[in-house]
Design a protein around this ligand. Structure first.
Ligand SMILES: Cc1ncc(COP(=O)(O)O)c(C=O)c1O
Length: 385
């Protein structure tokens, strides 16, 4: 394929080389599948980086984008906009109590950055505590909170007053100096490790006692992926702030910071801002995504399919453990095999899955629309390997 080879060399020549890539183009997608330049079909259990919540090019989402693009592509937050009004209403309705208002942004890092900024501004304190093994993004504050050395070490000077501690040391470290504790409740990139619930409850208790704020980074766990609209709702721990992105708009760049009423009272005109955050096209896409999640009962589907995958994968020889919740799952491969070998074997069978920082753990973040058919295809492919 001469044309494809030429285009590949163009991308390699002109894009800064910061990513390892699949060795083919993905220029087309539909539902749970994507297609390469030769028309080969791949089952997407990587979910376009945990983003394709409603699948690729869901007709309701595509229609909403086309309609909004023809009406108004962009106007900033200095004007009211009906797509924005509808999107924030739907988002807050689905998030439920205690979340009261949202600040709309363009990415996960930006959502975390604003959460951290707000925490420091509201408490008047500086210390931010986060967890070893967590990933929070690539901007300065979010990277300074990231507990995976491979990423965090890139900063030779992290933002001051950020402390990264092992999960079991966090609760006891919270003090009158602490502005916030930032938690990725299932550490996805870190190897799909769940922070134990008693640890989360203890941290919340300490935060409440010391006047520190609790922030859940639900950029991967949120928006229905773990079988609840928010993971915090599933585990019944309600932090003051929750950050969302990834699947919130089916792949259109968007994110949100949700805050409680108590917190919202402390935010005033001019405190936060973002030119593109909450743009009409992003909001129309977000609203359509949330409508699909609601109407097609994708919260329930994520939970059912997650349990089905867990059960069927766990019984395969060579799989030590399947961890995570809903459709945010990690398959731990028994040594001496590695997750990389499993990922390569799956790719040969035209199935995409993700790696993690743990060489034994392969990640699955498929679209929330998968059926038993796709789950069975995945399970059979793993068995064959
Ligand atoms: C848990 C978590 N937080 C934050 C981020 C950063 O999001 P973004 O890449 O949209 O800035 C990611 C991205 O992978 C993530 O998985």
């Amino acid at each position: 394929m001469q044309i494809a080879d030429d285009l590949k060399s163009l991308e390699d020549r002109y894009q800064l080389q910061t990513y390892g890539k699949f060795p083919f183009f993905i220029d087309k997608g539909a539902g749970c599948y994507v297609y390469d330049e030769e028309g080969n079909k791949y089952l997407d259990f990587y979910g376009a980086h945990a983003v394709a919540s409603t699948g690729h090019c869901h007709p309701h989402v595509v229609k909403a984008i086309q309609k909004q693009a023809a009406e108004l592509i962009f106007y900033s937050n200095v004007s009211y906009n009906s797509a924005r009004a509808r999107a924030v209403k739907k988002l807050l309705e689905m998030a439920g109590e205690p979340y009261y208002q949202a600040f709309l942004v363009n990415s996960g890092s930006e959502a975390n950055e604003n959460a951290l900024k707000l925490a420091r501004a509201i408490t008047g304190r500086k210390e931010i505590i986060s967890f070893s093994g967590s990933f929070h993004g690539r901007s300065y504050g979010s990277l300074s909170s990231t507990g995976i050395p491979k990423y965090a070490n890139y900063l030779n000077t992290p933002v001051p007053m950020h402390r990264i501690l092992p999960a079991e040391a966090v609760a006891e470290a919270v003090s009158e100096e602490t502005a916030a504790v930032l938690v990725e409740p299932i550490q996805s990139m870190g190897g799909m490790k769940e922070i134990p619930l008693d640890c989360l409850s203890q941290i919340q208790k300490e935060c409440q006692q010391h006047g520190a704020l609790l922030i859940f980074d639900e950029i991967q766990t949120g928006v229905a992926r773990t079988g609840s609209f928010l993971y915090s709702g599933l585990v019944n721990i309600h932090p003051e702030m929750v950050t969302l992105a990834k699947g919130i708009a089916s792949g259109f760049p968007a994110g949100a910071l949700l805050v409680t009423k108590e917190l919202a009272k402390n935010v005033k005109n001019g405190d936060l801002g973002s030119t593109f955050g909450g743009g009409p096209l992003a909001c129309a896409t977000m609203e359509a995504t949330l409508e699909v999640i609601d109407k097609e009962q994708l919260i329930e589907n994520a939970s059912l399919m997650g349990d089905y995958l867990k059960e069927n994968l766990s019984s395969i020889d060579g799989i030590e453990e399947v961890r995570g919740r809903g459709l945010l799952l990690g398959v731990k491969v028994r040594e001496p095999k590695t997750a990389k070998e499993l990922q390569t074997g799956l790719l040969k069978q035209r199935i995409l899955a993700g790696s993690s920082m743990d060489p034994q753990v392969l990640r699955m973040m498929p679209p929330l629309i998968i059926t038993r058919r796709e789950a069975d295809l995945f399970v059979e492919a793993v068995k064959a390997i």
